[in-house]
Design a protein around this ligand. Sequence first.
Ligand code: ADP
Ligand code: MG
Length: 559
Amino acid sequence: MTPQDLKKKLGFVNHKSYGMYKELQGEYGFPEYLLCIDHVQGDPFAAPSRVRVRIPGKTHGLKDSWHDTRQKKRAAEDYLLRRFNESIRRFENRNMGSGKSGSITTCRTGQEVLERIAVLFDGDVLEVRMEIGFPARGRTILADELETILFSILPQILQNAFYLRKLDEREMERRIGLAQEQEAIRKQMKEKGLIAFLADGSILPRESGVSERPMKQAVPFSSPESMRVSMELPGGKTITGMGIPQGITVITGGGYHGKSTLLKALEKGVYDHILGDGREYVLTEESAWKVRAEDGRYIRECDISPFIANLPGGQDTKNFSSLNASGSTSQAANVIEGIESKTSAFLIDEDTTATNFMVRDEWMSQLVADEKEPITPFIRKIRSLYEDRGISTVIVVGSSGDYLTVADHVLQMDCYVTKDVTRQAKKIAADIPVPRGQEFPAMVFRKPFTGKMATDKYGDYKIKTGGCDTLILNKETIDLRYLEQIADPGQLAALGAMLRYILKNGWSGRMTKQQAVDAVYRDIEKNGFLSVIPRGYSAGHPVMPRKQELYGVLNRWRR
Ligand code: ADP
Ligand code: MG
């Protein structure tokens, strides 16, 4: 259809009842791009209408060399989406009628550079998704207002955000350059056997508990000399910083000296951050898994027997389920599930652990015999987890000296300055009885997982998300509050779609969780992120999560 057809339709529905807006659904070939009205809202207060624009290369003029690798493409799309949001903001404060009349929105962005679908290169076509509140007074259509949006405001927004002639090319190239630097550092981390790198000068603390922006006037990170490494950047520059080697690293120090801040930076270092974040060069092994206690979580058929056995009630801990797990059982499950998700590093902060899961001192062992204690604390398995399984641990410890005896490296945070105190710690640890180490048993995760939803048609699934905390599937609320490495609410939207994708393909009952998760990401690799998102998906703008978070959801879903 042509823009004239659209104008004609607008004239026809003007001042009629809101439902008539549905007539506009369809695709319209504008001279510079294709406008697709994919879904029209039912009333002015409902979720706004979904609109997509496809801008061909000859219109936008953006360079192919900006998106010819997955890494560059992600950075370029991320930057364009941020420009899109800015450009929309400049046209804000329209009052066009009732409810959401006249609003234009798209995917939000945070401090991370993530794969999304809101702005997407499809070959050299740039595909852009947004929501527009179709204007009305009460339920009476205001078609003139919509015409202003579609024929005047939207074209300007698109030009400002996406057309080469309006773009700051150097800024675009800086962002793509950063992405390539991050990729290069990650590669060198693998070569050097590091699980994390924190560049000198990085800003770790955040502005506040609710803002992920960098803290102003923070003490910049500086590496202790003994752990300093250099990284070569593609441009020929080198940067220095602290490399955390594989093995066991304990971070200690007094209260309020910056321990948790350092660990949080590592947790989020699995993602790349934007220019100006302060953590651009704080990078952690991508599969790193935060382990914490999670009182009250749901556990389904998890083998927590390496840590918990011989429960007084005789409950089977090789196949443990609970609707309301305790601190220690939940933390045990989080460790086992991390292993299952093939993580290569655990991140732990004493502040959020169950003490009885972490340690059991000699005095207590003398009073209550080990055979009477169902819990084998993490400290007895930590070395075997590394030596036999290759899983490193970075652990923040303020009060439990026992961990000094099992550490390869001990760092001390002292007024936000990181010091290497390994030697002193080893001297002191010589006097601490070494907790008896135990082998971590070889585990197999071969059982097919089972899950089911009402039917296999998308129309019958209801997926809703609440911030980064809750995913609602049909009637079930999945509590994801303690998956602390979720960085963006859009990842929940994607996780919901991925669950559906797994079920729709009939993988439940036939595949193990590992096989199903791998299959999802294999399909994305092959056919793109969009291939796992159902058409007409409306639970928010999907943002790519890690495999680890998909495990996290599968493990907390009651079905
Ligand atoms: P700990 O875990 O050692 O008790 P935190 O990491 O919670 O300490 O940090 C305590 C406070 O210090 C927090 O409010 C944090 O924002 C602030 N802080 C942490 N690192 C820095 C830094 N490098 N510069 C300035 N303030 C910091
Ligand atoms: Mg702390």
